[in-house]
Design a protein around this ligand. Structure first.
Ligand SMILES: [Zn+2]
Length: 146
């Protein structure tokens, strides 16, 4: 029977997963362009306006801005919230599986299995999008994370 802690744990893991997904978006955009992952801060590739923290909340900001830059209203690819959502759901699912194993007494092989699966899931999302994006995505598809 799911407890409050069980649901809370899954919710926190899902939210954390969306933050990881947001970082994956940065990696996916910048690595093929050989850009730094650290600086400069995220900016609109169209108008060069910096992305404020309030406009950089995974999934939520894209929805509130209706998929457009706050300043120049250039469309932002739905790829960004989709990747954030996929990563969040993946992390939530892994956590649900882990908590279920704890609650039902199922033993996992190795204490670090959970962490490894989380990292693996993040890498798989990044790799999938990188592979799928070759030849499909172009600079015409503007993004808020660049
Ligand atoms: Zn803009």
């Amino acid at each position: 029977m799911p407890t409050y802690e069980y649901i809370y744990g899954i919710a926190v893991a899902t939210l954390f997963g969306t933050i990881i997904g947001s970082f994956l978006n940065v990696v996916i955009y910048r690595v093929p362009k050989k850009l730094s992952l650290i600086s400069p801060r995220s900016f609109c590739p169209s108008c060069k306006a910096p992305i404020r923290a309030v406009d950089n909340i995974p999934i939520l900001s894209w929805c509130l801005l209706r998929g457009k830059c706050r300043h120049c209203h250039t469309p932002i690819s739905p790829r960004y919230p989709i990747i954030e959502a996929i990563t969040g759901v993946t992390w939530g699912a892994i956590t649900a599986w882990r908590l279920h194993a704890i609650l039902t007494g199922v033993r996992l092989t190795g204490a670090s299995l959970y962490e490894h699966l989380g990292i693996l899931a993040a890498l798989l999302v990044a790799a999938s999008v990188l592979i799928a994006g070759i030849g499909i995505l172009s600079d015409r598809i503007h993004s808020r994370v660049n």
